[in-house]
Design a protein around this ligand. Structure first.
Ligand SMILES: Nc1nc2c(ncn2[C@@H]2O[C@H](COP(=O)(O)OP(=O)(O)OP(=O)(O)O)[C@@H](O)[C@H]2O)c(=O)[nH]1
Ligand SMILES: [Mg+2]
Length: 337
C-alpha cells in the first residue's frame, strides 16, 4: 500500500467494500480510482484497481448477455475510434435523430418519450478519424439511470442535447444538476487549465467536457430560445444550434464534437522520408513530443534525442526539444540516438 493516500481514498474504499450489486461495485470502484493521486508511487495500485475494474465490467457484461431477454441492469459500451462521446438529454430532445444524422447507425426515432431503452453506439467519421457516439435513454428515467450514469462516467465527453422548442436553458440547468448528483462536473471554459483540473482530480468528482446542442432549430420560436440559452451558457460552454431532422449545421457540429474530445492528431515521419498520413496518432491536447513517444513505445523514450516538426513550428522541420507541446495536424520526425 503506497504511503500518502488521501483520506478520500479510504472512504471510497469502504464504500467499494460495502457495494453489493455489480453496478454499485463498478460505480464505487471508479470513484475509488479517481481518489488515487497520480505519481510513480501509486502506479501499481492504480494498475491493480484498473484491472479489477475491467474484470468487474467483463463479468457484468457476461451476466447481462446470459440473461436472455431478461431485464438487464447494466450495459457497457466498448470504446472504439479516437474518442467516445455520450448523448445526454431529456426524452424527445432528438438524441436518436442526431445519431442517425451523424453516423450510419439505425436508432429507433419516435414521438413517444423513452423510445431509446438500450445504448446504441455509432461511428462518426471526422476527416481522417472516427469518433464513437453513444445514444442513450433519456436522463431521469429511473429504470435506466443506473447504467446510463455508468456509461457517462467512462465516456470521454458529452453532447448535451436540448430541445429548442421547450426552455433549453431550464433543461440545461436540470441536466447539470443531475450530473452533479452523479459526481460529474461539466468542465467549463474557466476550468480548462490543466493544473486546476489535476488538483480537482483528487476528489470523487469526474470532470467531462461537453457541447451544448440546441436541436430542432427548424421549428418556430426556437431562435429566441437559443438566444436565451446562449445568454446563460455561451461564456461557460460551447453551444451550437442544429436541426437533426433537416440536417442543418451538422458539419459544423462534427467539428465542434471533435474539438470537445480534447484530442489532437499527429502524423509521424521517418527522417528523410515522406510523412505517413494513413493513420494519425490521436493523443490528448497538451501532449508533448515525449508523451507521443511514450504512447508509441515505452522503450523509445530512452533513445529519443529530439524531434523535428512540420505544422505548428515557426518553420518547417524546426528542431524542437522533448517538452515541445504538439498541435493538431503536426508532423513529427523523431531523432533517436
Ligand atoms: N422538427 C424537428 N423534429 C425533430 C428533430 N429532431 C428530432 N425530432 C423529432 O422529435 C421526436 C423525438 O426524436 P428522437 O430522436 O426519438 O428523440 P430522443 O431524444 O432520442 O428521445 P428518447 O429516446 O425518447 O429520449 C421525433 O418525433 C423526431 O422526429 C429536429 O431537428 N426537428
Ligand atoms: Mg432516443
Amino acid at each position: 500500500m503506497p504511503a500518502n493516500l488521501p483520506p478520500e481514498y479510504f472512504e471510497a474504499e469502504k464504500r467499494f467494500r460495502q457495494a453489493s450489486t455489480p453496478a454499485e461495485k463498478i460505480f464505487a470502484l471508479e470513484e475509488l480510482i479517481a481518489t488515487v493521486p497520480k505519481h510513480k508511487g501509486t502506479d501499481r495500485l492504480r494498475g491493480d484497481l484498473r484491472r479489477k475494474l475491467s474484470q468487474l465490467k467483463r463479468e457484468a457484461e457476461i451476466a447481462r448477455r446470459s440473461k436472455k431477454g431478461g431485464k438487464s441492469y447494466l450495459y457497457v459500451v466498448e470504446k472504439e475510434g479516437a474518442a467516445q462521446v455520450a448523448f445526454v438529454g431529456f426524452a424527445n430532445s432528438g438524441k436518436s435523430s442526431l445519431l442517425a444524422g451523424l453516423t450510419n447507425a439505425n436508432p429507433v426515432i419516435a414521438e413517444y418519450p423513452i423510445s431509446t431503452i438500450i445504448p446504441l453506439p455509432g461511428m462518426m467519421p471526422f476527416e481522417d478519424i472516427q469518433i464513437q457516439l453513444v445514444d442513450l435513454p433519456p436522463v431521469g428515467n429511473e429504470s435506466t439511470d443506473g447504467w446510463v450514469s455508468g456509461i457517462l462516467r467512462t465516456a470521454d465527453a458529452f453532447l448535451i442535447i436540448l430541445d429548442l422548442t421547450e426552455d433549453p436553458d431550464v433543461q440545461a440547468d436540470l441536466l447539470i444538476e443531475q450530473m452533479r448528483k452523479w459526481n460529474i462536473t461539466i468542465i467549463n471554459n474557466s476550468s480548462f487549465v490543466n493544473s486546476e483540473l489535476s488538483s480537482q482530480r483528487q476528489t470523487f468528482t469526474l470532470f467531462k467536457r461537453a457541447l451544448f446542442v440546441g436541436n430542432k432549430n427548424d421549428l418556430p420560436f426556437t431562435k429566441e430560445n437559443y438566444i436565451r440559452l446562449k445568454e446563460r451558457f455561451a461564456n461557460l460552454y460551447p453551444c451550437i444550434s442544429v436541426s437533426a431532422l433537416k440536417k442543418e449545421n451538422l458539419e459544423e457540429l462534427k467539428r465542434e464534437i471533435f474539438s470537445i474530445t480534447g484530442i489532437i492528431r499527429v502524423y509521424s515521419k521517418p527522417p528523410g522520408k515522406e510523412p505517413d498520413f494513413s493513420i494519425p496518432f490521436t493523443i490528448p491536447a497538451g501532449s508533448t513530443v515525449l508523451d507521443l513517444a511514450e504512447s508509441i513505445h515505452k522503450d523509445f523514450v530512452h533513445n529519443l534525442r529530439y524531434a523535428r516538426i512540420w505544422g505548428s513550428a515557426k518553420f518547417d522541420g524546426q528542431r524542437v526539444e522533448k517538452n515541445y507541446v504538439l498541435k493538431d495536424k503536426d508532423i513529427v520526425e523523431f531523432h533517436v540516438s
